[in-house]
Design a protein around this ligand. Structure first.
Ligand SMILES: Nc1ncnc2c1ncn2[C@@H]1O[C@H](COP(=O)(O)OP(=O)(O)OP(=O)(O)O)[C@@H](O)[C@H]1O
Length: 586
């Protein structure tokens, strides 16, 4: 297994920059509100300093008016600014972050099938769940906390310096300890969090595998083995979590030492400055309170740095999928490629990771209006060839092109009208029958949908459904038979109106009523288009313009039905055996 790529730090920074630079005024407003909230936070210590000075100089009660007014003003202003900075930051970052999951799934759908298979479902699932949540949590909480704490620290250091530069210097004594602590923590934490994400991915993969194989696990009584694997992967994840907690505890312990050193230094400097009449007791009090007010923001910055780092790592994993998929291409490029005419495969070879070559040196040319059928024994590579021609997999050697573009590239179009592939597993999406059809064209009217169902002969059974087109089907709805699912997929392909169709369906027994209906529907879908049919029943191949006979990944014979029968070769033998019912292709 090769996990999907992770975007480099540069890509993550570029994404963050795109988010803030797209709305510069909003970004400036966030900065202004955050600074205002931090400045307002200094009002409390200053007011207390004034009160202390008033007490020391035996001033009357009137001396309290100014500090109380300052306190009230700063409290009201600070509350308003804090609210504004949170609301503005949310308006800035939440819309792009909110769309991340959809963007990643959209990108994953544009990736070649083998790339996704090689990465395993667990990788994509953990990215679209754990990583998206981490980034969203950071955007809604940690990012705001970090910004406001960082600005508060900067403003407070300036405030300390404005009282007396020696206060700022004393406060900065804590910085080397904090910096060292942070460096130590990040060095410790980074591999721990990377391991935690990996362990979580492995645990998800084990669970998905176990759920997927539930019937086999039951049938073969592999419960203990499956449970054992889940327990091992869970224990590994828990161990890493414990290591992370231990590191965090030591981290906070060391930060307490930094606070002690900094506050001690400020008090000592304050004592010396007051004795030397450089500052008043009020200013020294304000300085000590300023510094004590830094404990929270410093802890916040240092604590969320690590959450932000994890979120940045998660963002890297999410952007990695979009970078690997490349940007979506638009309909004009698809139309240009289709206008280019033929779908051509040259010397195409392919093997699954770690396996033998299953398609080798295949050449074929599909013109518009022509039908090519591929026949061969089970396992000869027909379905794999279909996915290569459809652009769902990328050849290991050789090329597949349509109008100068690779079908894999064209498959990145959101609604590619170049090539439609119908596989053996026609998936029924949860939703109404109409929803299932509209995946091909979201703007299609009900009349248009009905037209497609009538054309492929599926209108009769759809009309018999309790709510016709509006009947809920798929998971949680009415279950459709494989034949109905295939029929619906053919109607959807007709609605998509592609230039080429690749049909790889094997749902019905030869000679059955279902087979005749699906064959007729397939003929309607293929009409006027270029078509590649993976013939699981030889009668599907007989009327094709050209038949390719595949054996162990190679095309060993090619020609029209009559021509191949007359040649008396492999196709002749296959046909005779099939017609006698001695063999059954899949
Ligand atoms: N996803 C996969 N990963 C690894 N090997 C695969 C995969 N799919 C197919 N194969 C192997 O590739 C070879 C060709 O399979 P393919 O499905 O293309 O043949 P086929 O002629 O279409 O067979 P069938 O008619 O049974 O579908 C087989 O040996 C098969 O086991």
């Amino acid at each position: 297994m090769t996990p999907l790529p992770v975007a480099a730090g540069r890509e993550v920074a570029r994404y963050a920059w795109r988010v803030v630079s797209r709305r510069p005024w909003l970004t400036l407003a966030v900065a202004a509100a955050t600074v205002a909230a931090s400045v307002a936070g200094l009002g409390g210590p200053i007011a207390v300093g004034w009160i202390v000075d008033g007490i020391v100089s035996h001033a009357g009660a009137r001396a309290l008016i100014a500090p109380i007014a300052l306190l009230a003003g700063c409290a009201a202003g600070g509350a308003g600014a804090t609210w504004a900075s949170g609301a503005l930051l949310a308006a800035l970052v939440l819309p792009p972050v909110g769309g991340l999951r959809e963007d990643v799934i959209d990108a994953a759908l544009r990736l070649p099938l083998d790339r996704l298979e090689d990465a395993g479902a667990g990788d994509l699932v953990s990215r679209t769940t754990g990583d998206v949540e981490q980034v969203t949590d950071a955007a809604t909480g940690a990012l705001g906390a970090f910004l406001s704490a960082a600005v508060t620290i900067a403003v407070t250091v300036v405030g300390l310096g404005s009282l007396d530069w020696r206060f700022a210097l004393a406060g900065l004594l804590a910085v080397p300890i904090q910096a060292w602590t942070l460096r130590w923590y990040l060095r410790e934490a980074r591999p721990i969090y990377a391991a935690a994400r990996a362990a979580e991915g492995a645990r998800t993969a084990t669970l998905i595998e176990a759920f997927g194989a539930l019937p086999a696990i039951r049938a073969l009584r592999l419960r203990d083995r499956a449970l054992g694997r889940i327990t091992t992967s869970s224990a590994a994840a828990v161990d890493v979590e414990l290591a992370a907690t231990r590191a965090a505890t030591r981290f906070y312990g060391r930060l307490n030492v930094a606070e002690f050193v900094g506050l001690g230094a400020i008090l000592l400097v304050g004592y010396a400055l007051v004795r030397g009449h450089a500052v008043g007791i009020g200013a020294a009090t304000t300085a000590a309170l300023f510094f004590a007010g830094l404990f929270g923001p410093v802890n916040t910055v240092l604590a969320v740095v690590d959450q932000l780092q994890q979120a940045a790592a998660g963002l890297g994993r999410l952007l990695g999928v979009t970078v690997a998929a490349g940007p979506p291409i638009d309909e004009r490029e698809v139309a240009g490629a289709v206008a280019g005419g033929e779908l051509v495969a040259r010397d195409v070879s392919f093997r699954y990771p770690g396996g033998r070559t299953v398609v080798e040196g295949v050449n074929l040319r599909i013109e518009r209006g022509h039908r090519i059928a591929v026949v061969g024994a089970t396992g000869s590579g027909k379905s794999t060839l279909a996915t290569l021609i459809a652009g769902l997999r990328v050849p290991e050697a050789g090329t597949v092109v349509l109008g100068g573009r690779s079908p894999a590239r064209l498959a990145r179009a959101r609604r590619g009208r170049a090539i439609a592939a119908i596989s053996q597993e026609a998936h029924v999406f949860a939703g109404t029958v109409a929803d299932n059809l509209r995946l091909a064209d979201p703007t299609a009217t009900d009349a248009h949908l009905r037209g497609c169902l009538v054309a492929v002969g599926a209108d009769a059974w759809v009309d018999r459904l309790p709510e016709g087109l509006e009947t809920i089907v798929g998971a949680g709805g009415r279950a459709l038979s494989r034949h109905e699912a295939q029929h619906l997929a053919l109607a959807r392909a007709l609605l998509l109106d592609p230039a080429f169709v690749i049909l790889d369906e094997a749902t019905a027994e030869a000679g059955s009523g279902d087979a005749r209906i699906l064959d007729e529907a397939a003929r309607v879908v293929m009409r006027g288009r270029g078509a590649l049919i993976i013939a699981h029943r030889l009668d599907q191949a007989a009327s094709a313009d050209e038949i390719l006979v595949m054996s162990e990944g190679r095309i060993v014979e090619r020609g029209a039905h009559a021509q191949l029968l007359a040649a008396g070769g492999g196709y002749h033998r296959l046909w005779s055996a099939w017609a006698d019912g001695r063999i059954q292709l899949r």
